[in-house]
Design a protein around this ligand. Structure first.
Ligand code: SAH
Length: 478
């Protein structure tokens, strides 16, 4: 067996990255775009000792779980990994992924996890769910300005203004921006040379408010003939904010630090509703958030409502509790919690997000929140060490009833976990976008006296391999 050989195999499993897994001659092969149950012809592209990678060449017999993708770029685009898998199978895959990580990396027993894990919360309609998209701008082989998405693992732009996961309004906005660029001879940024002006088009859409924000990220100080762009965009129904963001660095980071509003408001507002955690119907209680181009705001608002409602239910608040919300972003979870707690303390590394969190508290007439700027692993230990012997309100902060964490993919820092263990809240609610780091962190917390009580995966990202989870841990004093 060698590179470029053709092999026929049946796909038996799927990797955490969404590749089909099949066996041939005792070797395990990973094949992108192949689905469990497919019998395929594949070409070997890389061989290691016990495993290899192969390219899907022909589907000999299609899996019963295979569906026609919505988007013609489903295979080449880096955005979706599993669009050709029917949605129910996607949910089963994600449930298995979280379960598998908890067992393999968290050291939990299979029987224990099967007893604890509730069914994954799926989406009613797994398309057009994203409220935010960042489209790179470039030039195609013919020299025309294009926008779309990066192909998987590359920075080649696939021209596509009609992403199946995005809001319907994106297409019209992108077409208008492209027309503006052509009419005014405005150049696209070239990553290789670092020359050219327009780098990305950021669009945010408030699903509840129907408000739209457009931000052009430019490699320069000024957008030429900005009035032409504004003229084209401001008549779109719901347009609320048009801005430019300056990023003159040669970097993969999309946004720079400086944003100027060129039309309308600097922010849009959106509202999230509390949901009943039995049937996920919307309740009356709601919280509104002002969102700026830089803010972190969950991309799937419908599923976010379900996720936050579960986090709140897991926290089991009665109104008397002191709660920390670590990695709080613009205070989204903090404000959900604040209506049901005595006091909520949020910690977030990005100063702008904390400003937004404070503004959002005022916007919602919530006065029992305090937000701190800094790293959770620095703010929390510093506060604890200084105040652990305090007798006033700081004592409550050092010994909170509940700690909620919602870290980025890399999970919680060890120092953060160690301080949480010292603070010994009765409950820890862990919201996670990466079940591998979640499992690793739960292991540490369990060794420190906590027990996992509830686990539930929530699908925020249909058609991709990503999945959110929410976990309730309780102190059991072992
Ligand atoms: N809970 C919020 C944000 C979750 S995303 C929400 O649901 O909207 C994770 C957040 O953690 C981001 O806002 C990121 O800026 C922040 N963050 C990343 N590293 C951090 C750290 N070491 N300490 C505190 N916050 C951090």
């Amino acid at each position: 067996m060698q590179k470029n050989d053709f092999i026929e195999l049946v796909i038996e499993d799927i990797s955490t990255e969404g590749a089909g897994i099949g066996k041939y001659d005792g070797m395990t092969f990973f094949i992108k775009d192949a689905i469990i149950g497919d019998r395929i012809l594949a070409k070997i592209i890389k061989l290691k000792k016990t495993y290899g990678y192969a390219r899907l060449m022909e589907i000999k017999e299609a899996s019963p779980y295979r569906v026609e993708p919505r988007c013609i770029y489903a295979r080449s685009c880096g955005g979706c990994q599993i669009q050709e898998m029917d949605y129910q199978s996607q949910l089963e895959f994600k449930q298995r992924k979280v379960r598998g990580n908890l067992i393999r990396l968290g050291g939990f027993k299979e029987s224990e996890i099967d007893q604890l894990m509730e069914p994954i919360v799926g989406m009613d309609y797994p398309f057009a769910y994203r409220n935010k998209a960042q489209f790179p701008v470039g030039v195609n082989a013919k020299g025309e300005i294009v926008t779309g998405f990066y192909a998987g693992r590359t920075h080649t732009i696939i021209a596509n203004t009609n992403c199946a996961l995005g809001a319907a309004v994106n297409e019209k906005i992108l077409q208008n921006v492209l027309t503006y660029m052509k009419e005014t001879n405005t150049s696209a940024y070239d990553e290789k040379t670092g020359k050219g002006l327009v780098r990305h088009i950021l669009i945010r859409y408030g699903f509840d408010s129907k408000e739209i924000m457009v931000c052009l990220i430019i490699n320069g100080r000024k957008l030429p003939s900005a009035d032409v762009l504004v003229g084209k965009l401001c008549t779109i129904n719901g347009m609320k904010s048009i801005s430019i963001n300056r990023n003159q660095e040669k970097t993969n980071v999309i946004l720079g630090n400086e944003t100027t509003t060129i039309w309308g408001e600097p922010t849009i507002t959106d509202t999230l509703y509390l949901r009943n955690t039995e049937d996920f119907s919307r309740l009356e209680e709601h919280t509104s958030y002002q969102i700026s181009p830089q803010s972190f705001y969950q991309v799937n608002p419908v599923q976010t409502e379900k996720l936050y409602s579960l986090a709140l239910a897991y926290a089991g608040l009665t109104g008397k509790e002191t709660v920390w919300d670590l990695y709080c972003g613009i205070g989204t979870i903090s404000l959900f919690l604040a209506r049901h707690a005595k006091q909520v303390y949020g910690v977030e590394i990005i100063p702008q997000a904390i400003e937004d969190a404070r503004k959002n508290a005022r916007l919602n007439h919530i006065s029992n929140t305090v937000f701190f700027v800094g790293k959770a692993e620095e703010v929390l230990p510093a506060f604890y060490e200084k105040e652990k012997t305090a007798s006033d309100v700081n004592a409550d902060m050092c010994h909170p009833d509940v700690i909620v964490v919602d870290p980025p993919r890399k999970g919680c820092d060890e120092k953060c976990l160690a301080t949480m263990l010292k603070m010994q809240p009765e409950k820890i609610v862990y919201v996670s976008c990466d079940s591998a780091t979640l499992a690793r962190d739960l292991k540490v917390l369990c060794a420190g006296g906590y027990e996992v009580k509830r686990v539930r995966a929530v699908d925020q990202f249909g058609m991709t391999v990503h999945v959110e989870s929410v976990v309730l841990m309780q102190y059991c004093g072992k």
